[in-house]
Design a protein around this ligand. Structure first.
Ligand code: APR
Length: 247
Protein backbone atom coordinates (compact mmCIF):
# COMPACT_ATOMS: atom_id res chain seq x y z
CA UNK A 1 0.00 0.00 0.00
CA UNK A 2 1.60 3.26 -1.13
CA UNK A 3 1.61 6.00 1.48
CA UNK A 4 1.83 9.49 -0.10
CA UNK A 5 5.16 11.27 0.49
CA UNK A 6 3.60 14.40 2.05
CA UNK A 7 2.20 12.24 4.85
CA UNK A 8 5.47 10.34 5.35
CA UNK A 9 7.42 13.60 5.55
CA UNK A 10 5.04 15.10 8.07
CA UNK A 11 5.06 11.97 10.23
CA UNK A 12 8.85 12.18 10.38
CA UNK A 13 8.90 15.93 11.00
CA UNK A 14 5.84 16.64 13.15
CA UNK A 15 6.28 17.15 16.87
CA UNK A 16 2.64 17.92 17.58
CA UNK A 17 0.18 15.30 16.31
CA UNK A 18 -3.51 14.88 17.09
CA UNK A 19 -5.66 11.93 16.08
CA UNK A 20 -9.44 11.51 16.10
CA UNK A 21 -10.78 7.96 15.90
CA UNK A 22 -14.25 6.57 15.43
CA UNK A 23 -15.80 3.12 15.40
CA UNK A 24 -14.03 2.24 12.15
CA UNK A 25 -10.70 1.82 13.94
CA UNK A 26 -12.27 -1.02 15.98
CA UNK A 27 -14.10 -2.66 13.06
CA UNK A 28 -11.19 -5.01 12.33
CA UNK A 29 -11.26 -6.10 15.97
CA UNK A 30 -14.73 -7.44 15.27
CA UNK A 31 -16.51 -4.67 17.15
CA UNK A 32 -19.48 -3.51 15.02
CA UNK A 33 -19.35 0.18 14.14
CA UNK A 34 -21.96 2.33 15.77
CA UNK A 35 -24.02 2.55 12.60
CA UNK A 36 -23.53 -1.08 11.55
CA UNK A 37 -26.80 -2.91 11.39
CA UNK A 38 -27.48 -4.29 14.83
CA UNK A 39 -27.59 -8.07 14.92
CA UNK A 40 -29.50 -10.80 16.67
CA UNK A 41 -31.67 -9.80 19.60
CA UNK A 42 -30.80 -6.15 19.09
CA UNK A 43 -31.57 -6.06 15.35
CA UNK A 44 -34.94 -4.42 15.93
CA UNK A 45 -33.52 -1.50 17.90
CA UNK A 46 -31.92 1.65 16.49
CA UNK A 47 -28.91 2.48 18.70
CA UNK A 48 -30.09 6.08 18.94
CA UNK A 49 -33.27 4.76 20.59
CA UNK A 50 -31.23 3.02 23.26
CA UNK A 51 -28.39 5.47 23.84
CA UNK A 52 -30.37 8.28 25.47
CA UNK A 53 -31.44 9.40 28.96
CA UNK A 54 -35.08 9.11 27.86
CA UNK A 55 -34.58 5.48 26.83
CA UNK A 56 -32.88 4.71 30.16
CA UNK A 57 -35.66 6.41 32.14
CA UNK A 58 -38.31 4.52 30.15
CA UNK A 59 -36.64 1.13 30.27
CA UNK A 60 -33.45 1.00 32.36
CA UNK A 61 -33.30 -2.79 32.19
CA UNK A 62 -33.36 -2.87 28.37
CA UNK A 63 -30.72 -0.16 28.05
CA UNK A 64 -28.54 -1.80 30.71
CA UNK A 65 -28.78 -5.16 28.88
CA UNK A 66 -27.81 -3.52 25.58
CA UNK A 67 -24.67 -2.12 27.17
CA UNK A 68 -23.94 -5.50 28.79
CA UNK A 69 -24.16 -6.99 25.28
CA UNK A 70 -21.81 -4.31 23.89
CA UNK A 71 -19.34 -4.92 26.75
CA UNK A 72 -19.41 -8.65 25.99
CA UNK A 73 -18.58 -7.93 22.32
CA UNK A 74 -15.63 -5.74 23.34
CA UNK A 75 -14.34 -8.13 26.00
CA UNK A 76 -14.20 -10.83 23.31
CA UNK A 77 -12.27 -8.48 20.99
CA UNK A 78 -8.60 -7.58 20.91
CA UNK A 79 -6.84 -4.43 19.73
CA UNK A 80 -6.02 -4.73 16.02
CA UNK A 81 -2.86 -3.58 14.16
CA UNK A 82 -4.44 -0.16 13.67
CA UNK A 83 -4.76 0.39 17.44
CA UNK A 84 -1.20 -0.90 17.93
CA UNK A 85 0.17 1.40 15.20
CA UNK A 86 -1.34 4.42 16.96
CA UNK A 87 0.21 3.35 20.28
CA UNK A 88 3.56 3.07 18.46
CA UNK A 89 3.11 6.52 16.89
CA UNK A 90 2.43 8.05 20.31
CA UNK A 91 5.81 6.78 21.51
CA UNK A 92 7.57 8.59 18.66
CA UNK A 93 5.93 12.02 18.90
CA UNK A 94 6.72 14.51 21.67
CA UNK A 95 3.24 16.04 21.79
CA UNK A 96 0.68 13.41 20.83
CA UNK A 97 -3.04 13.39 21.63
CA UNK A 98 -5.37 10.53 20.75
CA UNK A 99 -8.98 11.71 20.80
CA UNK A 100 -11.55 8.95 20.47
CA UNK A 101 -15.31 8.73 20.07
CA UNK A 102 -15.07 5.04 20.90
CA UNK A 103 -16.15 3.73 24.27
CA UNK A 104 -14.56 0.28 23.84
CA UNK A 105 -11.29 0.92 25.75
CA UNK A 106 -9.31 -0.78 22.93
CA UNK A 107 -6.85 2.11 22.51
CA UNK A 108 -5.84 1.81 26.15
CA UNK A 109 -5.63 -1.98 25.86
CA UNK A 110 -3.35 -1.46 22.81
CA UNK A 111 -0.95 0.63 24.92
CA UNK A 112 -2.06 4.18 24.07
CA UNK A 113 -1.55 6.44 27.08
CA UNK A 114 -2.79 9.97 26.32
CA UNK A 115 -6.35 9.03 25.31
CA UNK A 116 -9.13 11.63 25.39
CA UNK A 117 -12.47 9.78 25.56
CA UNK A 118 -15.03 12.22 24.15
CA UNK A 119 -17.95 9.82 24.52
CA UNK A 120 -16.95 8.02 27.74
CA UNK A 121 -16.14 4.38 28.35
CA UNK A 122 -18.29 1.22 28.50
CA UNK A 123 -16.34 -0.02 31.53
CA UNK A 124 -16.97 3.01 33.70
CA UNK A 125 -20.22 3.72 35.55
CA UNK A 126 -21.92 6.60 37.29
CA UNK A 127 -25.13 7.33 39.18
CA UNK A 128 -28.01 8.38 36.93
CA UNK A 129 -29.35 10.64 39.68
CA UNK A 130 -26.38 12.29 41.38
CA UNK A 131 -23.92 11.84 38.46
CA UNK A 132 -21.08 10.70 40.70
CA UNK A 133 -18.73 7.90 39.58
CA UNK A 134 -19.69 4.41 40.78
CA UNK A 135 -17.16 1.59 41.23
CA UNK A 136 -18.75 -1.82 40.54
CA UNK A 137 -16.96 -4.84 41.98
CA UNK A 138 -19.21 -7.12 39.96
CA UNK A 139 -21.26 -5.90 37.00
CA UNK A 140 -24.76 -7.38 36.82
CA UNK A 141 -25.87 -8.40 33.33
CA UNK A 142 -29.63 -8.21 33.61
CA UNK A 143 -30.50 -4.97 35.40
CA UNK A 144 -28.77 -1.80 36.59
CA UNK A 145 -27.58 -1.83 40.23
CA UNK A 146 -28.41 0.97 42.66
CA UNK A 147 -26.06 3.78 43.74
CA UNK A 148 -24.84 3.08 47.31
CA UNK A 149 -24.96 6.80 48.13
CA UNK A 150 -28.38 7.90 46.93
CA UNK A 151 -30.17 4.77 45.75
CA UNK A 152 -30.39 6.04 42.19
CA UNK A 153 -29.91 3.75 39.21
CA UNK A 154 -26.37 3.16 37.97
CA UNK A 155 -25.76 3.98 34.27
CA UNK A 156 -22.85 3.44 31.89
CA UNK A 157 -20.43 6.39 31.91
CA UNK A 158 -20.96 7.07 28.20
CA UNK A 159 -22.30 10.18 26.47
CA UNK A 160 -25.86 9.64 25.27
CA UNK A 161 -27.65 11.43 22.47
CA UNK A 162 -28.77 14.83 23.70
CA UNK A 163 -26.06 15.00 26.36
CA UNK A 164 -23.02 17.27 26.50
CA UNK A 165 -19.52 15.92 26.06
CA UNK A 166 -17.37 15.85 29.23
CA UNK A 167 -16.21 19.52 29.30
CA UNK A 168 -12.58 18.80 30.19
CA UNK A 169 -12.28 16.15 27.45
CA UNK A 170 -13.68 18.57 24.88
CA UNK A 171 -11.38 21.39 25.95
CA UNK A 172 -8.37 19.07 25.74
CA UNK A 173 -9.43 17.85 22.29
CA UNK A 174 -9.91 21.37 20.92
CA UNK A 175 -6.58 22.53 22.32
CA UNK A 176 -4.83 19.57 20.68
CA UNK A 177 -6.55 20.23 17.35
CA UNK A 178 -5.60 23.93 17.50
CA UNK A 179 -1.89 23.36 18.26
CA UNK A 180 -1.09 20.28 16.18
CA UNK A 181 0.73 20.41 12.86
CA UNK A 182 -0.63 17.02 11.74
CA UNK A 183 -4.20 15.79 12.34
CA UNK A 184 -5.27 12.24 11.46
CA UNK A 185 -9.00 11.50 11.30
CA UNK A 186 -9.51 7.72 11.31
CA UNK A 187 -12.60 5.54 10.96
CA UNK A 188 -15.31 8.06 11.66
CA UNK A 189 -18.39 8.90 9.64
CA UNK A 190 -17.87 12.54 10.58
CA UNK A 191 -21.61 13.04 11.11
CA UNK A 192 -21.71 13.57 14.87
CA UNK A 193 -20.82 17.02 16.12
CA UNK A 194 -18.95 18.50 17.80
CA UNK A 195 -16.35 15.70 17.39
CA UNK A 196 -16.57 15.99 13.60
CA UNK A 197 -15.55 19.66 13.87
CA UNK A 198 -12.11 18.76 15.24
CA UNK A 199 -10.38 18.06 11.88
CA UNK A 200 -11.79 21.33 10.54
CA UNK A 201 -10.57 23.21 13.62
CA UNK A 202 -7.13 21.69 13.05
CA UNK A 203 -7.11 22.60 9.37
CA UNK A 204 -8.18 26.19 10.01
CA UNK A 205 -5.36 26.42 12.57
CA UNK A 206 -2.85 25.38 9.92
CA UNK A 207 -2.45 21.64 10.45
CA UNK A 208 -2.06 19.16 7.62
CA UNK A 209 -5.20 17.04 7.88
CA UNK A 210 -5.66 13.46 6.74
CA UNK A 211 -8.72 11.20 6.65
CA UNK A 212 -8.33 7.40 6.77
CA UNK A 213 -11.53 5.53 6.01
CA UNK A 214 -12.77 2.66 3.86
CA UNK A 215 -15.06 4.95 1.86
CA UNK A 216 -15.71 8.66 1.24
CA UNK A 217 -18.11 10.19 3.74
CA UNK A 218 -19.16 13.48 5.28
CA UNK A 219 -15.54 14.73 5.48
CA UNK A 220 -14.78 13.94 1.84
CA UNK A 221 -13.01 16.80 0.09
CA UNK A 222 -12.69 18.85 3.28
CA UNK A 223 -9.24 17.66 4.41
CA UNK A 224 -5.80 17.84 2.77
CA UNK A 225 -5.54 14.10 2.08
CA UNK A 226 -8.07 11.25 1.99
CA UNK A 227 -6.83 7.65 2.08
CA UNK A 228 -9.34 4.86 1.53
CA UNK A 229 -8.26 1.53 3.02
CA UNK A 230 -8.96 -0.42 6.21
CA UNK A 231 -7.23 1.30 9.13
CA UNK A 232 -5.84 -2.01 10.39
CA UNK A 233 -3.88 -2.32 7.15
CA UNK A 234 -3.14 1.30 6.30
CA UNK A 235 -1.86 2.43 9.71
CA UNK A 236 0.87 -0.26 9.97
CA UNK A 237 1.87 0.46 6.36
CA UNK A 238 2.03 4.16 7.22
CA UNK A 239 4.28 3.48 10.23
CA UNK A 240 6.60 1.23 8.21
CA UNK A 241 6.84 3.78 5.38
CA UNK A 242 7.63 6.61 7.79
CA UNK A 243 9.81 4.88 10.38
CA UNK A 244 11.09 1.74 8.68
CA UNK A 245 10.29 -1.84 9.53
CA UNK A 246 11.43 -1.25 13.10
CA UNK A 247 7.92 0.18 13.45
N1 APR B 1 -11.10 1.16 8.61
C1 APR B 1 -11.38 2.49 8.55
N2 APR B 1 -12.64 3.00 8.60
C2 APR B 1 -13.65 2.11 8.70
C3 APR B 1 -13.45 0.71 8.77
C4 APR B 1 -12.10 0.25 8.71
N3 APR B 1 -11.81 -1.06 8.76
N4 APR B 1 -14.67 0.10 8.86
C5 APR B 1 -15.58 1.09 8.87
N5 APR B 1 -14.98 2.28 8.75
C6 APR B 1 -15.60 3.62 8.77
C7 APR B 1 -16.95 3.71 8.12
O1 APR B 1 -16.79 3.96 6.71
C8 APR B 1 -17.55 4.92 8.84
O2 APR B 1 -17.15 6.13 8.21
O3 APR B 1 -15.83 3.93 10.12
C9 APR B 1 -16.90 4.86 10.21
C10 APR B 1 -17.87 4.38 11.30
O4 APR B 1 -18.87 5.35 11.40
P1 APR B 1 -19.94 5.28 12.60
O5 APR B 1 -20.46 3.91 12.72
O6 APR B 1 -20.85 6.45 12.40
O7 APR B 1 -19.06 5.50 13.90
P2 APR B 1 -18.51 6.86 14.44
O8 APR B 1 -18.08 7.77 13.34
O9 APR B 1 -17.50 6.52 15.47
O10 APR B 1 -19.77 7.50 15.17
C11 APR B 1 -19.51 8.68 15.90
O11 APR B 1 -21.67 8.81 16.81
O12 APR B 1 -23.29 7.46 17.15
C12 APR B 1 -22.44 8.25 17.84
O13 APR B 1 -21.43 8.13 19.92
C13 APR B 1 -21.55 7.46 18.73
O14 APR B 1 -19.16 7.59 18.92
C14 APR B 1 -20.22 7.45 18.00
C15 APR B 1 -20.33 8.69 17.14
Amino acid sequence: MKIPDPLIERLRRSQRVAVLTGAGVSAESGVPTFRDAQTGLWARYDPAELASPEAFRANPTLVWQWYAYRRSLVEAAAPNPGHLALADLERRIADFTLITQNVDDLHRRAGSRNVVELHGNLFRYRCFDDDTPVELVTVPQDAPPRCARCGGLVRPDVVWFGEWLPPQAWRTAVAAAERCDLFLCIGTSGVVRPAADLPLIARSAGAYTVEINIAPGALDGQLDLHLYAPAGQLLPAMMSAAFGDAA
